[in-house]
Write a protein that binds this ligand. Structure first.
Ligand SMILES: Nc1ncnc2c1ncn2[C@@H]1O[C@H](COP(=O)(O)OP(=O)(O)O)[C@@H](O)[C@H]1O
Ligand SMILES: [Mg+2]
Length: 271
């Protein structure tokens, strides 16, 4: 059974529970809204913040949504999807993203990154936001690089907004002695919670209606089962909901009932 057959069977305009929702079409769970609001504040304050959450909880989606609306004339957003950026590290990345040709020697490279960051604000009038995703993977030298970049000599304020996004282990890691200087400057910490049962129901309806089905397609017990198995995490809900649709389609059922949801859960736990 192909996904396109499933799409046609249920009369979807596109397959629901996919990855690519534009920021304006995201489901506004309380946690998502809170994360976006706090990150937006952080950007406007040019401060340092940490957003944590479990795998698939919606961190990257929330972080992208928070910077999506920033106009390019007033803002420069540097988004590092993965901190595995090679031995020359974050400085090189920052310099290249701000249009520079990274210098070879480390001392020169640090000075170059710092002056490009400052120039972006002072000469071009753009506030810089450096968003590092998967930050729990940052190694010690990279955390040290970030600490140096955020502490300009002249000013106690950071010359840019820094958003570290990562799995829950990031918080504990930052508390370790060697990073205390960076940790002390973190003004915002937010742990993105999983969705509540009501939110998972709303989330499923939202995705279905984005795909053109505004009527009731999932039974209440199917939704409850998906919520429980996914523990309210959006990525897992997507995965289970899609499999439940396939199961219902195979059964030639008109709605996704608990039987279809149970078969989706069984498939996922067998993976
Ligand atoms: N607010 C939301 N609205 C719609 N879909 C969402 C939302 N949050 C997360 N998702 C879905 O869940 C998936 C996982 O989210 P993601 O931000 O990649 O998780 P994380 O970065 O925490 O691992 C996304 O691909 C998206 O499909
Ligand atoms: Mg992510």
């Amino acid at each position: 059974m192909s996904l396109d057959q499933v799409r046609a069977y249920f009369g979807f305009t596109k397959m629901p529970f996919g990855k690519s929702l534009p920021p304006s079409a995201l489901y506004k769970s309380a946690g998502h809204q809170e994360a976006v609001a706090r990150l937006s504040f952080l950007v406007s304050e040019q401060a340092i913040g940490v957003l944590t959450g479990e795998v698939g909880s919606g961190k990257s989606v929330a972080a992208r949504a928070a910077v999506a609306g920033l106009g390019p004339s007033r803002h420069s957003v540097i988004y590092l999807a993965n901190p595995a950026v090679g031995a020359r590290g974050l400085y090189t990345e920052v310099v290249s993203r701000l249009g520079g040709e990274p210098r070879f020697h480390k001392a020169a490279l640090i000075a170059q990154a710092t002056s490009l960051l400052v120039a972006e604000a002072s000469e071009r009038g753009r506030a810089v936001t450096l968003l590092v995703d998967e930050s729990h993977l940052l190694d010690s030298s990279q955390l040290e690089e970030l600490r140096l970049l955020t502490s300009s000599e002249m000013d106690s304020a950071s010359p840019f907004a820094l958003v570290l996004v990562g799995q829950p282990s990031l918080r504990a890691r930052l508390r370790l002695g060697s990073f205390a200087a960076l940790d002390q400057r973190v003004t915002l910490r937010y742990a993105l919670p999983p969705m509540s049962p009501e939110e998972t129901a709303g989330y499923i309806c939202h995705h279905l209606s984005q795909a053109g089905r505004k009527d009731t397609l999932f039974s209440d017990d199917a939704i409850a089962r998906v919520h429980e198995a996914a523990r309210g995490l959006p990525r897992a809900v997507n995965n289970l909901a899609r499999r439940a649709l396939v199961a219902a389609c195979i059964e030639k059922a008109s709605i996704v009932d608990d039987k279809a949801a149970r078969s989706a859960v069984a498939e996922v736990s067998a993976d």
